[in-house]
Design a protein around this ligand. Structure first.
Ligand code: PMP
Length: 384
C-alpha cells in the first residue's frame, strides 16, 4: 500500500501538480505552453521575492543548479569562500574547485552555524569574488541567517550565493532585500514538484559578473550564454530553443507555484514554522535530541534527531516503514548511523506529523525505548 513520504525530498506532491505530469505533452513551442513557461518564470521571481532577478529553469537537479552557478560566476584563480554547515556546503566547495576557484571553507561544528564575526573576519582577510552558503543544510537541519550573510556579502562586495534546495518555498527568502546574488533550488522539495528541475534566480550583479568574464564558461549545457536568450524569449511570450525543456515538469511547476502564491508566502512560512516547532517539541517529548544546537538555527523544513543509544538504525527505519511512513537515514558520513532525518515541507499537514510521530513512538516503544506513549503526538496537537 502507499506509504507517506516524510523524507527531505522528494516529498508528497499535490494531486493537481501530479495531474500535470500525466497530461499529454504539448510541443515546447505550443502557444499555451509558452504562456505557461512565461508565467512560471514570473511566479518563481515572486516566490524568491526577487522582482529584479533573472530566472533560469533548466532540466537538472539541485546539484546542477550549484554547478551552473559556479560555472558561470567563477574563472580560474578566483577566490571563493564557502560557509559550510554540513554535507552540501562541502559539495559546493568541490564544485567551485572544478572551475578553478581557490576555495576557503569555514566549517561549522556539527549542528551549529559559523558565527557571523568569523565570516566577517574571513571576508576582511582577502578579496573574495564569491561567498556560498547553504540556507538549510539537509544533512544537519541547520538554518543559516540568510539576511545577515547577505548583508556581509554586500558590505564586502562579494557575490553571495544561497543554496536554497531545502529552503525555497519553505523558509522566508527575500532575495532583493537581503542582497542575495543567486538563489538556487530544485523542484522536489518545498517547491513541490517531482525531481528533475534545476531552478536559479540571478541578481543584476550576478548577470553583470557573468557578462564581464574573460574566459568562456567551461560547462556547455550550463552556460548562461546559451540559456539567457531562451529565458528572455519565453518571458516575452516567444518560443526559443536550446535544449528541449521538460514540458510536463514546467507545467507542474506552474501549478505548484500558483498553489504556493495562493496560500500566501507569509502563511506558508508560518505553516512550516509551526510544523518545525511541533516536530521538534514532539521529538523532545519522547526523549530524542536533534542535531541543531538551538531553536534559532533549527530549520523548519526538516528535523534531524539522534537515535536513542540502544536503537538499531536499519531496523528502526524498517519498522517505521512497516507503519506506513518513509523516513531518511543520516547523511553526514561521520554520524551516518547515529541519526535520522524527517522531512516536513510542502503540503505537510497536522495529520502527516501525527502519523509520523505516532509511527516513531510505536517503533521506539517496541524496541525498549522508555517514554510515555502518546507524549509526542500530544506535543504535535498542542501546536495546532
Ligand atoms: N543542496 C541541498 C541543501 C540539498 O538538500 C540537496 C539535495 N538533497 C542538494 C543541494 C542537491 O540537490 P539534488 O539532489 O537535487 O542534486
Amino acid at each position: 500500500s502507499r506509504k507517506l513520504l516524510m523524507i527531505p525530498g522528494p516529498i508528497e506532491f499535490e494531486n493537481d501538480v501530479l495531474q500535470c505530469m500525466a497530461t499529454p505533452t504539448p510541443s515546447h513551442v505550443d502557444p499555451d505552453f509558452i504562456a505557461t513557461f512565461s508565467n512560471t518564470l514570473k511566479l518563481l521571481k515572486e516566490v524568491c521575492r526577487s522582482p529584479s532577478g533573472q530566472v533560469f529553469i533548466v532540466a537538472g537537479t539541485g546539484t546542477f543548479a550549484m554547478d551552473m552557478a559556479a560555472a558561470n560566476l567563477i574563472e580560474s584563480g578566483d577566490k571563493a569562500l564557502v560557509v559550510s554547515t554540513g554535507y552540501f556546503g562541502l559539495r559546493f566547495a568541490e564544485i567551485l574547485k572544478r572551475y578553478g576557484a581557490e576555495v576557503d571553507v569555514l566549517e561549522a561544528e556539527v549542528g551549529d552555524i559559523v558565527p557571523m564575526d568569523r565570516i566577517e573576519q574571513q571576508l576582511q582577510s582577502k578579496t573574495y569574488k564569491l561567498l556560498a552558503f547553504t540556507h538549510v543544510d539537509t544533512s544537519t537541519a541547520v538554518l543559516n541567517d540568510a539576511k545577515r550573510i547577505g548583508a556581509l556579502g554586500k558590505k564586502h562586495g562579494v557575490l553571495t550565493v544561497l543554496d536554497g534546495v531545502c529552503s525555497v518555498a519553505g523558509e522566508d527568502i527575500r532575495q532583493d532585500d537581503w542582497n542575495i546574488d543567486v538563489v538556487l533550488t530544485a523542484s522536489q522539495k518545498a517547491v513541490g514538484v517531482p525531481p528533475g528541475l534545476a531552478l536559479l534566480v540571478a541578481s543584476k550583479n550576478a548577470i553583470q559578473a557573468f557578462e564581464q568574464r574573460k574566459s568562456p564558461v567551461a560547462n556547455y549545457y550550463g552556460d548562461w550564454a546559451n540559456w539567457l536568450p531562451i529565458m528572455k524569449a519565453y518571458e516575452n511570450k516567444q518560443a526559443s530553443y536550446f535544449g528541449t525543456p521538460p514540458v510536463n515538469l514546467i507545467m507542474a511547476l506552474e501549478k505548484s507555484l500558483q498553489n504556493i502564491v495562493k496560500e500566501g508566502l507569509d502563511q506558508r512560512f508560518d505553516r512550516h514554522q509551526r510544523a518545525g516547532k511541533a516536530m521538534r517539541a514532539a521529538l523532545k517529548a519522547i526523549g530524542l535530541e536533534v542535531l541543531s544546537k538551538n531553536e534559532d538555527i533549527a530549520s523548519n523544513t526538516l528535523s534531524a534527531p539522534y537515535y536513542p543509544s540502544q536503537i538499531d538504525p536499519s531496523s528502526f527505519l524498517q519498522g517505521v516503514n512497516k507503519e506506513g511512513i518513509v523516513l531518511a537515514g543520516g547523511l553526514l558520513p561521520e554520524l551516518k548511523s547515529k541519526y535520522f532525518r524527517i522531512g516536513h515541507m510542502g503540503s505537510v499537514n497536522k495529520s502527516d506529523l501525527l502519523g509520523t510521530i505516532g509511527a516513531i513512538e510505536t517503533v521506539l516503544k517496541n524496541s525498549g525505548h522508555k517514554h510515555e506513549l502518546g507524549s509526542g503526538t500530544a506535543a504535535i496537537l498542542k501546536h495546532f
